[in-house]
Ligand binder design. Structure first.
Ligand code: MN
Ligand code: MN
Length: 462
């Protein structure tokens, strides 16, 4: 054996996905990404994502699950948890006692939520006060067009959908300071340059004629009242989210990437949903898809991954077959599908390149996430990683190993630990993203497509 042969036999070589993806697959990749962009534009909040996912699922034969429903192989069901979390299943021929193939992603994204008493006037300008949701770099949210999406629940129980800034509608914005006067601001750290209480949305400037007190505020509230039928007091029972007011677009002269708001983690949410909707083979285990809320703030609450709503769904499915849920979970597998940090040559010092995910190298498998010494990581076992390698290779999925940045540079978690805590074998995998948590995140089309292919392969794993 010469050195070249030996090298090929025993050394590991990473390969760009474009050197591995057959050209015949390019059309399917682009069609998939067009579908994803449409999903992203339709779902700028967790509620909108659930609504769009239900629409797509029902078009493919899914129906709402009700407790006690008898289920057969090939049946497709879903549970809509409070409009913000979605649980879907495709029943397989194998008994639930043999476990399920689960994929879980989150559909909430960092944004600016309106406070319960948001509307005020200052210097004859109307503003809406916000509290940021999740890990945002505050300076990124000024001087970009924003829109307001969400619901207002009236005291009589009516729920009003709000979409200020949709389509041709006017946008909202948070103004930044002009450089001519920012000598003091420029000396501050990025974290301090824009403060949380400065994230106030500019909402209007025309005074209400004939009034002399807070007349711009009155005029703005009048517009909201006339269009949506709610009053200032109704902000108290509202969930209104300021999100970037631009659509997902192709990025790069070669159109190889997608830029947009909410890749984290709708890019994985769409991948695991589409893979489930496309499932044709029901001869294996039951496939379960979870689109969870509240990951960005700790996965807690009734719609976060820690919710008993997931356990209830699994228990209901198991009861229909007379299987104890614990016997099902201990044999189940979960692909915890969440974005990871793509290596960014502009910020090379926070990455360790050998172990970083690269754009176009496929879906990134993370043995562990977490911070520092694997703190808060669900560390997948060697055996599980080997199993997933085997399945993905067997299905021609382009994948790579990924670690979230240099040791001690920071870190982050996913829903993996909450699945693993339930005695489910769990591994993290997802799309490598540049500028994660910014209003305009970037992902490579090849990696988006390969995450979908990975989810499809894992659902079918017997
Ligand atoms: Mn995420
Ligand atoms: Mn995140």
């Amino acid at each position: 054996m010469n050195a070249k042969e030996l090298r090929e036999k025993i050394l590991f070589r990473k390969e760009n996905g474009y050197d591995r993806l057959p050209e015949a697959d390019w059309a399917a990749m682009n069609a998939y990404c067009d579908g994803y962009k449409a999903f992203l534009n339709a779902g700028k909040t967790e509620r909108e994502c659930v609504r769009e996912s239900v629409r797509l699922a029902e078009a493919r034969g899914f129906r709402p699950y009700t407790r006690g429903m008898s289920l057969e192989a090939g049946d497709k069901v879903y549970v809509n948890n409070r409009g913000k979390m979605l649980l879907l299943a495709v029943i397989g021929e194998k008994s639930l006692s043999e476990g399920t193939q689960i994929a879980a992603a989150h559909i909430d994204s960092p944004r600016l939520d309106l406070k319960p008493s948001p509307l005020y006037e200052d210097s004859e300008l109307a503003y809406l006060k916000t509290r940021y949701y999740g890990g945002v770099k505050k300076y990124q949210w000024v001087a970009v067009p924003l829109e307001l999406r969400g619901v207002v629940a009236l005291r009589d129980g009516t729920v009003v959908d709000v979409a200020v800034g949709d389509g041709d509608e006017p946008k909202l914005v948070i103004s930044d300071l002009l450089p001519h006067l920012s000598r003091e601001q420029d000396k501050k750290t990025l974290a301090e340059g824009i403060k949380g209480e400065q994230l106030n949305l500019l909402a209007g400037s025309v005074p209400f004629a004939g009034e002399d007190e807070e007349r711009v505020k009155l005029a703005v509230m009048q517009r909201l009242y006339e269009k949506y039928g709610f009053t200032e007091a109704d902000f108290i029972s509202a969930e209104l989210e300021a999100v970037p007011a631009f659509p997902a677009v192709d990025v790069g002269l070669d159109r190889s990437m997608i830029g947009g708001y909410g890749h984290d983690d709708r890019v994985c949410g769409y991948a695991i949903l589409r893979a489930l909707l496309d499932l044709q083979d029901f001869s294996g285990k039951t496939a379960v898809c979870v689109l969870a809320d509240k990951e960005e703030i700790g996965s807690i609450g009734v719609t976060g991954m820690e919710t008993a709503a997931f356990d209830t769904f699994m228990e209901d499915l198991c009861e229909s077959q007379g299987v104890p849920v614990r016997a099902c979970l201990e044999k189940s597998f979960c692909l915890s599908c969440d974005v990871t940090a793509a290596y960014d040559p502009n910020f090379s010092d926070v990455y360790e390149k050998r172990n970083s995910a690269l754009l176009n190298y496929g879906v990134g498998l993370c043995k562990y996430t977490g911070r520092q010494g694997k703190g808060e990581a669900s560390d997948a076992s060697a055996e599980l990683v080997a199993h997933v390698r085997r399945v993905l290779d067997g299905s021609g999925v382009v994948w790579q190993m990924a670690e979230l940045g240099r040791v001690d540079a920071g870190g982050g978690g996913t829903v993996a630990m909450f699945m693993a805590n339930r005695n489910i074998d769990t591994i993290d995998a997802g799309v490598p993203v540049l500028a994660m948590h910014s209003p305009f995140e970037i992902a490579a089309k090849l990696d988006c497509y390969m995450t979908f292919r990975a989810a499809a392969a894992m659902y079918l794993d017997k």
